[in-house]
Design a protein. Structure first.
Ligand code: ATP
Ligand code: MG
Length: 429
């Protein structure tokens, strides 16, 4: 007996009942990028493995254990992209979009990470991201954050908190790292195994530990924000002033370090408490060294990525008791066209196309697959259409059609095809 083939663990189908909310979110994302003058870029899903090792960093969760990497026909190592920034920078350098220019770009698409699947965490997931190049900030930092804040407003998401921090310059951070390692070395007994390992490989990431047992030792650790270089301090102060001017509320989280290696100065996350431990719905920051690190001319960069599944989960949770979202997502059709007999079937097909020509906004489904009147009406009812149009053979001869109201208590009527437009226009109001 053959077993049905199942999808790969952590990689989900998006079924027709789910796609309306995705389409709604995607269209809001397109709208908000247009409002700020950002242009879309589309990158390949597969890249050379080296791209991610060099950009994200060898000792990060992603590169250490989450990448889908394979050798392509014994030739070279390729990887399914775990994020979009590295590809975007690669594409920008390769196509001459970055050198001596300013760019405001966005992308959307699937990313792949081999993590333990759970609510809000999958192995194929979708990110929307924004990347800007050639602007030192903090004006652009604030613009990009404002764009994300506007998105929450547009889709009606509430209760998300903006957390910001500054990682300072590379030089200041290296000096801070020495102090941090010194401190943790004095508290080795309080560190878990993961953190002990990170003490030599990536000490900043210890601050990001989710282990409750380490909370106190992390809280008492020296603060990155108190070790900023002068310029980064000015940048951070100005960022805060600008956010205040726009009325964008934030909290400073001095433990926010981000999981990827390429950030400097501003980092930020939008966080919710309503999704359990998968609470970060958007994360980003400044990456002034990344373009050069990937072989381009030194160019500042600032961007973020948001996880669309988490946003949709939150959107649904927050709209459970309201019908507002449902109404926006309605994909109900207006008209279900039934035909009885061969002659009417042919005439019905022609009529359906004619009506679509005349009324591009009309949502019309033509009954296909034959069957008697009762069966067709059952389908019409299930389609949730407002009306059924019924065409029988004698009606074809008389240039007439029957209109049956499926949701209103109204007598069915037989009208001339010439009068049909009037009825349909009424439906589309
Ligand atoms: P986390 O700490 O939750 O693992 P991260 O720091 O690895 O997140 P980023 O690389 O910054 O995440 O990705 C940006 C956003 O993409 C995250 O804030 C989250 O919303 C989303 N995201 C990341 N990994 C996943 C995943 N496996 N499944 C679903 N969404 C994800
Ligand atoms: Mg992660």
């Amino acid at each position: 007996m053959s077993k049905h083939i199942q999808s790969v663990k952590g990689m989900n189908d998006c079924l027709p009942s789910e796609t309306p909310v995705w389409q709604y979110l995607e269209s809001c994302l397109r709208d908000v990028t247009e409002m700020y003058g950002y242009a879309e870029i589309r990158m390949p899903i597969v890249e050379k493995t080296e791209l991610f090792c060099r950009s994200i960093g060898e000792v990060t969760d992603i590169v250490e254990k989450e990448m889908y990497t394979f050798i392509d026909k014994g030739e070279e190592s390729l990887t399914l992209r775990p994020e979009g920034t590295a590809s975007c920078v690669r594409a920008g350098i390769q196509n001459g979009l970055i050198y001596n220019q300013q760019q405001r770009l966005w992308y959307m698409g699937p990313m792949f990470r081999r993590e333990r699947p759970q609510k809000g965490r999958y192995r194929q997931f979708y990110q929307f991201g924004v990347e800007t190049f050639g602007i030192n900030g903090p004006d652009i930092d604030v613009e990009v954050i404002a764009l994300s804040a506007r998105l929450w407003k547009m889709i009606g998401l509430t209760n998300v908190e903006l957390q910001i921090n500054s990682l300072g310059s590379n030089v200041a951070r290296e000096a801070y790292k020495v102090k941090l390692v010194e401190y943790f070395n004095q508290h080795l007994d309080d560190l878990d195994e993961d953190s002990k390992r990170r003490l030599t490989s990536n000490p900043l990431r210890i601050l990001d530990s989710k282990n409750p047992a380490m909370k106190d030792v992390i809280n008492d650790a020296p603060k990155l924000l108190e070790h900023l270089d002068e310029e980064s301090q000015v940048h951070f102060d100005s960022l805060r002033k600008k956010l205040n001017a726009l009325g964008i509320k934030y909290v400073i989280n001095s433990k926010l370090v981000r999981g990827l290696d390429y950030y400097n100065r501003t980092v930020f996350e939008w966080v919710t408490t309503e999704l359990g431990s998968q609470g970060t719905i958007c994360a980003g920051g400044r990456y002034d060294g990344l373009v050069e690190q990937l072989g381009g001319q030194s160019t500042p960069g600032f961007g973020f990525a948001m996880g669309l599944e988490r946003i949709i989960l939150l959107l649904k949770q927050q709209n459970e008791s309201e019908s507002g979202l449902e109404d926006k997502l309605s994909t109900k059709i207006d008209v279900y066209l039934c035909t009885l007999g061969d002659i009417a079937e042919n005439a019905g097909m022609v009529l359906a196309e004619k009506l679509r020509n005349e009324h591009p906004k009309l949502k019309l489904q033509l009954h296909c697959g034959g069957g008697n009147f009762k069966k067709q009406l059952k389908r019409a009812d299930k389609s949730e259409a407002e009306i059924a149009l019924i065409m029988g053979e004698d009606e074809v001869g008389k240039n007439q059609i029957t209109v049956k109201y499926l949701r209103e208590k109204k007598e069915q009527i037989s009208i001339s095809l010439d009068d049909l437009s009037g009825v349909l226009s009424g439906l589309m109001k």
